[in-house]
Design a protein around this ligand. Structure first.
Ligand SMILES: Cc1ncc(COP(=O)(O)O)c(C=O)c1O
Length: 487
């Protein structure tokens, strides 16, 4: 590992704090008095004076939690561990600036959008984007110009936004794309960055699913020329849940604006433990280098090859699609097996094998460096068995609606979100403007967003998505009613 990359300022601060007997008269309210093993740090009995009955249960959960402020560092953050750790991450992925987040890539998207686009201005956005991008639009008050990703004609999955989509658009403040997509397909980020830069526009990339790509030379969004990128450290890497990083390498985006907007949507009391897990992840990955990736990519390749042997199974990867795909995603297409994704996923979940996503036609599995050969082999056998148990007559594909929707924008997301609302039966709302989101989850991509006109096609798509899985972030979880903008 190169000299400076072996440093782990946040991990060191966490270890130092943990080694001390902290007795704070400030937050966090658990006061670090309990270890994960349920013992009080000062050795007193759990049921002794000052103990809370049943605290041993809670201790297992909070035993590793150390706040950044007033725990790992002082209240003024005078140790400065966080910016040093962020700079180390930036250097590791070829960026000039990085910000660690404990609100997931959702927080990154909420901050990234208003950093480049303001009230009434236009930004082109890939329609396969996550719901949090819409949150960013609500904060910014901006006008989305939705760009449809290319959809595979047979498999019905998004293949990424094509560079030609930009040429018809004008008066933009930037382009935001999501790559890898939920199903693992990769857009041509280098070509998109080139097209954006030749028009003086920044390229924003939601790379929530591709944090690992930044650790491969030239593979991450920043390495391919994007101006700013959001990555989840908890998705394909080993950070605590909720951890994410925004990285930037740009002379088109104002760094102060990015910082300001990320601060706007950040907690003032981040868990130092979560932040230290980002620091540790970077150090581990840099130290392990390419050997680690060769091992993990080879495990994913083995899984794809084994699943391809299953009669009727199509593995949607580079070989099948003829375009770059995320090496850590295994996406399986089922119609020719006759099996239905949710039924296969249910069997696997009962066996303790959760899938990233399962819609009618596809199963999506995520591999990470934490997987061993045994883990991957066991999951592969279980997936094969679950498909076999659900085999039926091959059936026509039922592509997921979220990838097909072409929205009709009537108002900006913010105008609709803030407007007075009224509730209607969804079936009676055709022609109205939605005040809310309907997101099948996963993938968390909206079928309908605030400011978009409700059409018959959308009503049917929502009904069909709610038969297969959860439609989230709408005010009526049964999806029978909708809040529309009161006229
Ligand atoms: C493309 C994309 N972006 C952003 C997010 C939000 O990520 P997080 O859960 O880290 O907030 C998700 C979540 O699944 C996602 O799929």
């Amino acid at each position: 590992m190169s000299g400076s990359q072996s440093r782990t300022p946040l991990v060191d601060a966490w270890e130092r704090a943990r080694a001390r007997e902290l007795r704070p008269m400030q937050i966090p309210g658990h006061k670090y008095r309990y270890r994960r093993d349920g013992q009080r740090l000062d050795g007193q009995r759990l049921d002794g004076e000052g103990s809370i009955p049943g605290f041993a249960l809670l201790a297992q959960l909070i035993g590793d939690d150390i706040a950044l402020q007033g725990g790992m560092d002082d209240n003024a953050l005078s140790g400065g561990f966080l910016p040093v750790a962020e700079q180390l991450w930036a250097a590791a992925v070829g960026a000039t600036h990085a910000r660690f987040l404990v609100g997931g890539s959702s927080q990154g998207n909420l901050g990234m959008v208003p950093a480049v686009v303001a009230d009434g201005q236009r930004i082109a956005i890939d329609r396969s984007s996550h719901r949090s991008v819409l949150g960013g639009l609500v904060i910014a008050g901006a006008q989305p110009v939705w760009v449809q990703p290319t959809i595979h004609p047979e498999f019905g999955i998004p293949l990424g936004v094509d560079v030609s989509a930009l040429s018809a658009l004008d008066d933009l403040r930037g382009l935001l794309v999501t790559t890898p997509s939920y199903v693992g397909t990769l857009a041509n980020t280098a070509a998109l960055a080139h097209a954006c830069h030749s028009r003086g526009l920044p390229l924003l990339v939601d790379q929530a699913w591709g944090a690992h790509l930044g650790f491969r030379p030239g593979a991450g969004a920043i390495g391919q020329g994007a101006d700013v990128s959001v990555t989840s450290v908890h998705k394909t890497l080993m950070g605590y849940s909720q951890t994410a990083v925004v990285t930037m390498h740009s002379d088109l985006i104002d760094l102060a604006a990015l910082d300001r907007c990320l601060d706007l949507v950040a907690t003032t009391s981040p868990s130092g433990t979560l932040l230290a897990s980002i620091d540790a992840t970077r150090a581990v990955l840099v130290e392990a280098g390419s050997t680690l990736w060769e091992r993990v990519f080879s495990l994913a390749d083995q899984m794809r090859a084994a699943l391809r042997q299953e009669p009727g199974v199509v593995v949607l990867d580079e070989q099948e699609l003829g375009q770059p795909c995320d090496p850590l995603k295994v996406t399986v297409w089922l119609p020719r097996t006759g099996a239905f994704g949710p039924a296969v996923a249910e069997l696997l979940r009962a066996a303790g094998i959760g899938l990233e996503a399962a819609d009618t036609d596809t199963l999506v599995l995520t591999i990470s460096p934490a997987d061993s050969a045994d883990d991957v082999q066991a999951a592969t056998s279980a997936v094969r068995a679950a498909i076999d148990a659900n085999r039926a007559t091959p059936r026509p594909p039922v592509p997921t609606e979220v990838w097909q929707v072409v929205p009709e924008v009537a108002l900006t997301p913010r105008s609709a979100f803030m407007a007075p609302r009224r509730r209607l039966r969804l079936v009676d709302a055709v022609g109205e403007v939605s005040a809310e989101q309907f997101c099948p989850y996963p993938p968390g991509v909206p079928l309908l967003a605030p400011g978009e006109r409700v059409t018959q096609e959308i009503v049917e798509a929502i009904a069909s998505a709610s038969r297969v899985g959860r439609v989230a972030y709408c005010s009526d979880p049964t999806t029978q009613t909708i809040e529309v903008v009161a006229s």
